[in-house]
Design a protein around this ligand. Structure first.
Ligand code: GLP
Length: 242
């Protein structure tokens, strides 16, 4: 595990975006797993800047997003598909046919999970998976439980997760109850994982996840087993590691 702490959010964003742009420059047809939430917004902004400066092209890149809310269509401003367009895709030259996000609006979400896994299996392995961290230790939407699921699946969101994500909804009562998430199998199969953690409210959970017991009750603790894990934190999130 390679753990790095940064004195400012700007430096953290720069370093995390640098991992992605370095990969794409050395491997133009890289397959990248992307995340949503508040954490990656600044990273995506930094990536857009380096694209606009002509330093990198995403023309041949393939992307797979971690998750999507069940019941949210691409047109829904609260969908992760919309988030990705707003915060990254519409600003860079990634090809729409190379973008993969589970479709939360389908009638049969279970079938959508199988379809997503088929797409993932077709690429074999993600070159890089970008991850944020939930306050309860979730990765993607793999919530703490007695057991975890390896493949893409439908998950009932925990109350604490719905509360944490209510800030993105005009009406907090509208936070979906279920999501489709990539399972821990595809995440852990990635050649490299970049876990980014920001803010003092994540200090306890990131410390527990990376130094505590490996338990499904803290899905992020499984990351300890990954041979190529890079953790980037701001000083607030990394305060227990000092
Ligand atoms: C969300 C997403 C995760 C994300 C996490 C943390 O619910 N499903 O992929 O990493 O929760 O979000 P944030 O970065 O907003 O704290």
């Amino acid at each position: 595990m390679n753990m790095l702490t940064f004195p400012s959010e700007a430096e953290l964003n720069e370093a995390a975006a640098g991992v992605i742009t370095d990969l794409v420059r050395t491997k133009p047809h890289a397959v990248i797993g992307l995340a949503t939430g508040g954490t990656p917004v600044g990273i995506y902004r930094t990536m857009i800047r380096s694209y606009q400066n002509g330093m990198v092209s995403y023309q041949q890149v393939t992307t797979f997003n971690l998750d999507e809310y069940v019941g949210c269509s691409v047109e829904d401003p609260q969908s992760y598909a919309c988030y990705m367009q707003e915060h990254l895709f519409r600003h860079i030259d990634v090809q729409p046919m190379n973008i993969h996000i589970p479709d939360g609006s389908v009638r049969d979400p279970e079938a959508e999970c199988r379809r997503y896994d088929e797409r993932l299996e077709a690429v074999g392995q993600l070159d890089l998976q970008l991850l944020g961290l939930g306050h309860n230790g979730h990765i993607g939407f793999n919530e703490p439980d007695h057991s975890l699921i390896s493949s893409t699946h439908v998950v009932a969101l925990r109350d604490e997760t719905r509360q944490a994500n209510a800030r993105f909804f005009d009406d907090p009562g509208r936070v979906p109850t279920h999501a489709i998430t990539m399972g821990v199998g595809a995440i852990l199969k990635a050649k490299k994982i970049l876990l980014v953690v920001k803010g003092s409210d994540k200090a306890d959970i990131v410390h527990r996840a990376l130094t505590g017991e490996i338990k499904t009750e803290c899905p992020a603790s499984l990351l300890q087993t990954h041979p190529n894990l890079v953790v980037m934190m701001d000083e607030e999130a990394g305060r227990h590691f000092r």
